[in-house]
Write a protein that binds this ligand. Sequence first.
Ligand SMILES: [Zn+2]
Length: 77
Amino acid sequence: MNQVHCPACKTLMKDGTTELLLRRERSVVVVEGVPALVCPQCGEASIAAETSQGAYELAEKEINRGVALEFCKFRVA
Ligand SMILES: [Zn+2]
């Protein structure tokens, strides 16, 4: 596994999860449990491009259902 340092404070980042928020007009969808590298020092999170794309697609589906505010768990499509 490659080691990634936090862009903000240079601390070595660890595997963890974060949340991703998508806002569209009157809808807000929060995707929880998104796998990411998380900085134990300052909380900065880095999500792989593939993962964030999946999370946004998930959020997009929720928004298309017409929700105002929705929390959903990340899952691989
Ligand atoms: Zn940091």
